[in-house]
Write a protein that binds this ligand. Structure first.
Ligand code: C5P
Length: 238
């Protein structure tokens, strides 16, 4: 039986954020990418327009699919949403940890007979301490992120989306193994664009990232495979 608490760390993965406007553009990128051992992150902009068929076509090309829908609703509605995700062959799905303990429990219950991995989103990086005031919370952002992440993992959520800045602390303080998914990654020499704090693939992995998320540096490049090759090498040697 697998002991999740002391599971040997697996090699990290790369998730490509497919943040483009149309399915045609998306398919063009997927045709160009020759590395199939990556995860394709699909946001709700493409999913709302192209739906299940779009997911199926990505899977047919050999990639894993990470559906980033950040579900946040009453427990029963989230249960049904997660159940639907298990039926369309998605590999990863995000839920919002602020949805509360019962919502998280029901999300976990919905995926129990599938290979779907649920990832918890804590506080969005767009929020500041003012949001804590807005919520009437006595916690700081850092305290709240830890509380939400810890609750989600104890309830059976498989992973947490967090920044490189948070990942080390979360891995240390959460007494159970989990998949740390880290966006805000820039290979050396790439502009940070609107990302406030960026880190290199190697740095993120050294701090505990299990899946690094990269979008624009790859999808905007004329030589996607060259960047992918370099990032995949960095992952192997981190
Ligand atoms: O293009 P870039 O590499 O900045 O894309 C990062 C991806 O990760 C985007 O899809 C973005 O929405 C997502 N993300 C993020 N920061 C978070 C959570 C998700 O950048 N805290």
């Amino acid at each position: 039986m697998q002991n999740t608490q002391h599971r040997r760390r697996e090699i990290a993965k790369l998730a490509l954020a497919l943040d483009v406007g149309t399915d045609k553009e998306a398919y063009r990128i997927l045709e160009e990418v020759k590395y199939k051992n990556i995860v394709i992150k699909v946001g709700y902009s493409l999913f709302i327009k192209y739906g299940v068929d779009f997911v199926r076509r990505i899977k047919e090309r050999g990639f894993e699919v990470f559906l980033d829908l950040k579900l946040h609703d009453i427990p029963n509605t989230v249960y049904n949403g997660v159940l639907s995700a298990t039926q369309i062959g998605v590999d990863y799905l995000t839920v919002h940890t602020l949805g509360g303990e019962e919502m998280l429990e029901r999300a976990v219950e919905a995926k129990k007979n599938s290979d779907l991995k649920l990832l918890g989103v804590t506080l969005l990086t767009s929020h500041t301490e003012r949001y804590m005031e807005f919520l009437g919370s006595r916690y700081s952002i850092d305290e709240m992120v830890l509380k939400l992440a810890n609750t989600a993992i104890q309830k059976g959520i498989d992973g947490i989306v967090c920044s490189t800045k948070e990942v080390e602390n979360l891995k240390k303080k959460i007494g159970k193994d989990f998949i740390a998914v880290v966006p805000g990654i820039r290979p050396e020499g790439f502009p940070s664009e609107d990302q406030k704090r960026v880190s290199t693939p190697k740095d993120a992995i050294k701090k505990g990232a299990d899946i690094i998320v990269i979008g624009r540096p790859i999808i905007k490049s004329d030589n996607k495979n060259e960047i992918l090759k370099k990032v995949l090498e960095d992952i192997q040697t981190a």
